[in-house]
Design a protein around this ligand. Structure first.
Ligand SMILES: Cc1cc2nc3c(=O)[nH]c(=O)nc-3n(C[C@H](O)[C@H](O)[C@H](O)COP(=O)(O)O)c2cc1C
Length: 223
């Protein structure tokens, strides 16, 4: 069972473990890793700054750090011995190798799967990822009141400077606006979550994308 946006208390973690769950907590810096380790987490998902979607910071208003994934993995490795899953900006073999060398036991991918048929992203969102109209990503509170990375569009430009870090209030507030944008088929009116690696997201089955990454690693898939 994995958690983001914070770490459950020690009792909750123990109850889950007694029910034979492995508890994974997402962290974005060494302090969050230390806390999650002290509360008894079994493993950590270390999310770097290039990740798509919401940053996993434990405090809503905490400006997410820009520390690169490899440095972050080493920082976390220095403060705890838990198995680490690396996330954020991983789209190619080199990224996986670098994450493993920095101490990760596994990697997590998100953005690179967004255009697969299995992805729940809307056709509007999938098309925007491949469109020349959207050429960069940014981290913003504009859509939800929580820092998250997505393609820069009109909604983001209009509200980035004024949206407070207040989640889930801002999320509720912008819901009708985003729904209207979706209904109008307007990619400038919805959240286009994406990590920096979105240009490497192919239109291919999820299994094929993962198999290709495995193949590039020249390792045999476990049964
Ligand atoms: C469209 C999208 C939606 C996401 N939704 C969630 C979510 O609901 N919960 C969560 O913990 N992480 C979510 N994430 C973040 C991923 O768990 C992960 O940290 C991230 O995708 C890894 O970086 P990458 O996108 O560069 O591969 C989302 C990411 C994307 C791209």
């Amino acid at each position: 069972m994995s958690f983001t946006f914070g770490c459950p208390d020690r009792t909750t973690i123990e109850q889950l473990q007694r029910a034979r769950s492995c508890v994974v907590v997402s962290v974005t810096d060494a302090a969050e890793a230390t806390l999650s380790d002290a509360r008894g987490a079994d493993a950590l998902c270390v999310q770097g700054p290039l990740a798509g979607g919401h940053r996993a910071t434990h405090q809503v208003a905490q400006e997410p750090r820009a520390t690169g994934l490899e440095v972050l993995l080493r920082d976390v490795r220095d403060v705890c011995d838990l198995p680490l899953v690396a996330a954020g900006g991983i789209t190619r073999r080199e990224h996986i190798v670098a994450a493993m060398e920095a101490g990760a036991k596994a990697v997590q991918i998100g953005t690179v799967l967004l255009r697969s048929p299995e992805s729940g992203a809307s056709p509007l969102h999938k098309d925007a990822l491949a469109s020349d109209r959207f050429s960069e990503t940014m981290v913003t509170c504009a859509f939800s009141g929580r820092f998250a990375r997505g393609l820069v569009n009109r909604f983001m430009r209009d509200y980035h400077d004024v949206a407070p870090a207040a989640y889930p209030e801002v999320n509720q507030l912008t819901r009708p606006l985003r729904a209207a944008g979706a209904a109008a088929g307007d990619p400038d009116g919805i959240a286009l979550w994406a990590g920096t690696g979105y240009r490497n997201a192919p239109v291919a089955a999820a299994a094929e994308i993962i198999t290709t990454l495995w193949g590039e690693m020249q390792v045999k898939c476990p049964n």
